[in-house]
Design a protein around this ligand. Structure first.
Ligand SMILES: NC(=O)c1ccc[n+]([C@@H]2O[C@H](COP(=O)([O-])OP(=O)(O)OC[C@H]3O[C@@H](n4cnc5c(N)ncnc54)[C@H](OP(=O)(O)O)[C@@H]3O)[C@@H](O)[C@H]2O)c1
Length: 304
């Protein structure tokens, strides 16, 4: 396992995502991940599975202190009283006195960011979370947060088909973790080609006109998956394992792939017996094409 050292604390660079994992599937996934040595678990009040995550962490032989547990406060709960109530509810369901990381799940422009951050800082001072952070914050909002206090993490979508270069610069300069969600691009890294519908969506989202055609063509041709497959063949791994390795090998980056399948979970954890060369890392960076998978109506302006 690779660890990222952030502000002097070690975080496992590979975690388990749990969005959409419910009931026994969620419980089994968390128990299995911990057995595999994946001691980093990501949940959120919005996922509706904190009780199962908490029961699995509680029942597992792994010491609670050896697990890096993250949860998140939903964007409609960012007023200070609501933050406190949400965090208390999460801790109760998670059966723990503290989480390792408490995140603002999405920004909400109708609540002053400083008020929410102060509420999180109060929870940290009370020992209810070891660290505080944000999720889905574009660079401008990260800077606004940093003007007020230091953050431990920004959790954002990051995979071979979506660059996060400006946020990575900020993460390394200000020593916070960039946790890559949807690290497998929701399964796209395994697809040989992408649909024209997705290509058109990416075309519409791209702000730099000169790149639009190239991005759309890359999407249509699915060239990225060809590159990942070639590297996978070379290392005797799968494209998913290449994508995960590429992420966890980056400084200040952790990845939290989700899987309901035990074989997939075992494969996703089996990425520490090889490494990608600098040239291969750059080759994968070159696949970025603004292929954003998570973009709800309440999302911030990503390029801000
Ligand atoms: N902060 C946020 O707003 C936010 C947003 C989205 C996600 N997240 C977090 O990030 C986590 C991961 O993102 P995600 O769930 O969107 O997508 P993801 O991890 O990129 O992809 C999950 C998909 O990949 C498949 N998969 C996983 N490992 C595989 C393997 N080795 N081979 C083949 N298929 C594989 C899974 O299917 P199987 O189940 O069949 O394996 C599932 O369909 C979430 O669970 C959540 O914890 C956070």
């Amino acid at each position: 396992m690779i660890h990222e050292t952030i502000q002097g604390d070690d975080v496992p660079a590979l975690g388990l995502g749990t969005w959409q994992l419910k009931g026994a599937t969620c419980y089994d996934a968390v128990r299995h991940a911990l057995d595999l040595g994946v001691h980093h678990i990501d949940t959120a009040e919005m996922y509706g599975n904190e009780a199962e995550v908490g029961r699995a962490v509680h029942d597992a032989p792994t010491d609670r202190d050896a697990v890096f547990l993250t949860t998140k406060v939903w964007h409609t709960n960012l007023r200070p009283d609501d933050v406190r109530a949400a965090a208390e509810g999460s801790l109760r369901k998670l059966r723990t006195d503290y989480v390792d990381l408490l995140l603002i799940h999405w920004p909400n422009a109708s609540v002053p960011l400083e008020h929410t951050l102060d509420a999180l800082l109060d929870l940290k001072a009370a020992g209810k979370t070891r660290h505080i952070g944000v999720s889905n914050f574009p660079p401008s909002l990260v800077r606004q947060a940093l003007d007020h206090t230091s953050i431990f993490c920004n959790q954002v979508e990051y995979h071979p088909f979506l660059s996060q270069a400006p946020l990575l610069d900020l993460a390394r300069t200000h020593d916070f973790l960039l946790t890559a969600y949807s690290p497998l691009a929701k399964g796209s890294v395994m697809n040989r080609s992408l649909s024209p519908r997705r290509a058109l969506k990416a075309l519409k989202q791209d702000s730099a006109p000169a790149d639009r055609l190239a991005n759309a063509l890359k999407n249509l041709l699915g060239t990225g998956t060809g590159t990942l497959q070639a590297l996978a063949d070379q290392y005797g791994k799968s494209p998913a394992q290449i994508a995960i390795r590429w992420l966890v090998q980056q400084d200040h980056v952790a990845a939290i792939p989700r899987s309901s399948d035990p074989d997939h979970r075992a494969a996703n954890a089996d990425v520490f017996d090889f490494s990608l060369s600098d040239e291969e890392m750059q080759l994968i960076h070159g696949l970025a094409r603004s292929d954003r998978k998570v973009d709800p109506h309440f999302a911030p302006h990503w390029e801000a």
